[in-house]
Design a protein around this ligand. Structure first.
Ligand SMILES: Cc1cc2nc3c(=O)[nH]c(=O)nc-3n(C[C@H](O)[C@H](O)[C@H](O)COP(=O)(O)OP(=O)(O)OC[C@H]3O[C@@H](n4cnc5c(N)ncnc54)[C@H](O)[C@@H]3O)c2cc1C
Length: 441
């Protein structure tokens, strides 16, 4: 079987760090080395396509187990969502465990619940084991606008606690200012096991760890096809890798390479901006605990401090991966609703990226054959989930399929509406949920 690739050439190279989106992350990344591209034929136990969190996590798991690993990245390590996101370590999945139980049954929900804190734990462990400098900070705050959102948070807290999560606490309106100085919220919930990171530094640090264990990573090496065989062959324009197993998971950036999963995934863009560095007293007064903040609306705002005292503010959504023309004008009004005192602050960077949405909002994992595995669709909450799923991909290749089989058994349906109507239909659904948030329903 041969597959065709997506064209991701629309992404503009930046002067600060060529080949990456022009983001604060690319400008401030600690490791700006460019890896060579693949030339000629080579062999490995495992060929991993793409160098985002999922694949680098899988590659690291496999390299730690002693397998030889080759990673092929079309652009640069962390070029996709992994190097551009809000950097928020959010535990769990894009759907709460009760919803998962109602879709997939209680037994599967319990199994997913058992794994739901592991992604964050993997990040903390790797940062410690490999000494990765990525500005890791502990603590997250979910901000509520309405009583209904407070009730929903209290319910998910009770559900989480059944799975052993002891880091959650409800926050009353009087206590909100401990975490965020904004009068928009009526309360919320903290998660002391949440937190934030410089995501590009994290994925670059994990990539360096793969290399330290003998793994090889090629940038500028877009995969153009996978030939199925006893040992599949993965081809780029200038070379090929023959491997015992292939892990193909380019998420929102790779769908046409895998027509089998294309209709089950929709690229969705989100936009982020970073202010100029703020006076230390000012940023500390806005976010005193240095927690990351995510609000509880369907189309949510997410923001946090950076290590150099910028406010990094994200929000907005573009179904089908479409962005507003002027990113700053799209996000800045939301920032000013939260912090009107920042009206004169300069915006130094604004960028966007695509994540992969599934119809169920639950990641989709499976086998294309007994040699080729895929995973995608973290649906916007991917920093922790990708680390978990990458580890599980590593496990299945190493012969331990139990956890992979739980994920692969979850039915993942195509989006309704076919090629032409799936984007407007999804946008309509999101508009309805957004309206409910505005009306406090
Ligand atoms: C703007 C934004 C903000 C976000 N904020 C958060 C957040 O704060 N917290 C959170 O939990 N989640 C967040 N997310 C989601 C999270 O970033 C993603 O779920 C996660 O990074 C996906 O990782 P990935 O490894 O699956 O895919 P990606 O990081 O997208 O990696 C895919 C890689 O595959 C490569 N590729 C594609 N096709 C090929 C090919 N043919 N050959 C070789 N390589 C190929 C691409 O170049 C890319 O580097 C955000 C996403 C976006 C876009």
């Amino acid at each position: 079987m041969a597959f065709q690739t997506a064209d991701t050439s629309a992404a503009k190279p930046s002067g600060a760090n060529p080949g990456h989106a022009n983001s604060w992350y690319a400008a401030s990344a600690r490791d700006k080395r460019i890896r060579p591209s693949l030339e000629g034929e080579t062999e490995a136990d495992i060929c991993v396509i793409g160098a985002g969190f999922t694949r680098i996590s899988a590659a690291l798991e496999l390299a730690e187990r002693g397998y030889s690993v080759v990673v092929l990245e079309a652009e640069r390590i962390g070029f996709g969502a992994s190097g551009r996101n809000g950097g928020q370590i959010v535990n769990g999945y894009s759907r709460d465990l009760e919803t998962i139980a109602s879709c997939y049954g209680r037994e599967r929900a319990v199994k997913l619940g058992e794994m739901s804190l592991e992604g964050g734990e993997i990040i903390r462990q790797r940062v410690a084991t490999y000494g990765i400098s990525c500005d890791l900070v502990q603590g997250g705050f979910f901000a509520a606008f309405t009583d209904k959102q407070m009730r929903e948070m209290a319910q998910s807290k009770a559900e989480w606690e059944k799975h052993g999560h002891s880091g959650l606490a409800m926050v009353s309106q009087d206590e909100v200012s401990r975490y965020v100085k904004s009068d928009r919220y009526i309360g919320g919930m903290i998660d002391t096991l949440g937190g934030h990171i410089h995501p590009l530094d994290l994925v670059l640090g994990e990539a360096a760890a793969v290399e330290s264990l003998g793994g090889r990573i090629f940038e500028g090496s877009r995969v153009t096809g996978i030939e199925q065989a006893e040992r599949p062959v993965v081809r780029t324009a200038a070379g090929s890798v023959r491997a015992s197993y292939v892990l193909a998971c380019g998420n929102a950036y790779m769908a046409p390479l895998l027509p089998e999963v294309h209709g089950r995934m929709m690229p969705v863009s989100s936009q982020v901006m970073a202010t100029e560095p703020l006076d230390a007293d000012l940023i500390e007064s806005l976010l005193p605990a240095n927690y990351c903040i995510e609000d509880a609306n369907y189309i949510l705002d997410y923001y946090r401090r950076t290590a150099d005292n910028r406010l990094l503010y994200g929000g907005g959504i573009g179904y089908g991966g479409h962005d507003p023309k002027d990113l700053t004008s799209a996000i800045r009004p939301n920032m000013l609703k939260t912090f009107p005192q920042l009206k004169d602050v300069r915006i130094d960077y604004a960028w966007s990226g695509n994540f992969a949405l599934t119809l169920t909002r639950i990641p989709h994992m499976g086998r294309l054959s007994d040699k080729v595995y895929f995973s995608h669709g973290d649906s916007g909450h991917g920093v922790t989930t990708t680390h978990l799923l990458g580890k599980i991909l590593g496990e299945v290749v190493a012969g331990h399929a139990e956890r992979f089989d739980v994920w692969a058994s979850l039915p993942n349906l195509p989006f309704p509406g076919g090629r032409h109507f799936r984007v407007p239909l999804t946008a309509l659904g999101a508009w309805w949920y957004g309206l409910r948030d505005k009306l406090g329903l």
